[in-house]
Design a protein around this ligand. Structure first.
Ligand SMILES: C[S@@+](CC[C@H](N)C(=O)[O-])C[C@H]1O[C@@H](n2cnc3c(N)ncnc32)[C@H](O)[C@@H]1O
Ligand SMILES: O=S(=O)(c1ccc2c(c1)CN[C@@H](CF)C2)N1CCSCC1
Length: 267
């Protein structure tokens, strides 16, 4: 009976995503006030700096970086694309894969101008902001494919996608807690994606704290598993990960703009 309940919850989540609107989602989360590069307490500089440090400090390295549940966004691989020769983007929805292909083909077919993000990461790397065109070219060069994924499947990707050894690094942002009907499904999904990773590989997991819903488009209210720090740590441990570092950012009041009820972000 329990299995049937889990399958029903996952199916209900998939149904919620049928109305997901990439352009609206980008507008809600990746434009000011949340994405305000002039504000010192904006979440963007913090998030991009965390990703820059994670990809450049310590021993995160190798050949293949896989982004789990990319959605229509690219910020999460702007540092990693300088460290890995191959980047695989993945998402459950064709509308998001199409949005990413639009950027990749560089024919104006995407809903958000990622230039400020590219310029900011160039600054973090000690390069002049005008090097953003080189970074964009680098990212287009290393993205090997944009493929379907389902983190609720024990085998989330098609069998022939990854090398037999697995990926050297996974990054996943605001995905698992936003697609899981409950905490048990969140933990199972952590285990499923862990099987894509080679032994000793790294997972950079970014997510929402205290969030119970978000809008994936006008009127598209999507339930989220509300997590606290302790649940994140316990879930990682239960699914076989060794936690290296956890950082938390508390969203300023004026960044709570009605598109969700998130209170913080962890990485
Ligand atoms: C909140 S968005 C996160 C997007 C992006 N990573 C970001 O940082 O903004 C959650 C993403 O998970 C995807 N998704 C939905 N169901 C999924 C599933 N079963 N497996 C993997 N991804 C799924 C959605 O299509 C959506 O792009
Ligand atoms: O932290 S954000 O404000 C952000 C970005 C994306 C999301 C949320 C928050 C909370 N709801 C999630 C629903 F899944 C999606 N942010 C937006 C600017 S760039 C860094 C990430």
């Amino acid at each position: 009976m329990e299995e049937k309940g889990a399958e029903k919850g996952v199916a209900a989540m998939a149904a919620c995503y049928q109305g997901f609107d990439p352009a609206a989602y980008l507008q809600y989360n990746y434009t000011p006030p949340r994405a305000d590069f002039e504000r010192k307490d904006s979440i963007v500089p913090w998030k991009l700096a965390c990703l820059h440090r994670a990809f450049t400090e310590g021993d995160v390295s190798g050949e293949l970086l896989v982004d789990i549940g990319s959605g229509p966004t690219l910020y999460q691989v702007l540092s990693g694309c300088e460290v890995f020769n191959k980047v695989l983007l993945t998402d459950f929805l064709e509308v998001n894969r199409q949005e990413l292909r639009g950027w990749l083909q560089d024919e104006g077919g995407c809903s958000l101008d990622w230039t400020p993000y590219l310029q900011h990461v160039c600054k973090l790397e000690g390069r002049r902001p005008s090097a953003w065109t080189e970074k964009a070219a680098k990212l287009r060069q290393v993205i090997m494919d944009i493929v379907p994924i389902d983190v609720h499947c024990p085998q989330p990707l098609a069998l022939d996608i990854l090398p037999s050894a697995g990926a050297d690094c996974l990054v996943s942002c605001f995905c698992l807690e936003s697609v899981s009907p409950d905490l048990a499904a969140f933990i199972r999904a952590l285990g499923h994606i862990g099987r894509l990773l080679r032994p000793g590989g790294h997972l950079l997991l970014i997510g929402a704290l205290g969030e119970s819903y978000y809008f994936g488009g006008p009127g598209v209210k999507i339930p989220v598993v509300p997590l606290n720090e302790a649940q994140v740590c316990a879930s990682l441990k239960e699914s076989g990960y060794t936690l290296i570092r956890l950082e938390v950012y508390t969203l300023p009041q004026d960044m709570r703009v009605g598109v969700d009820d998130v209170s913080g972000v962890f990485l």
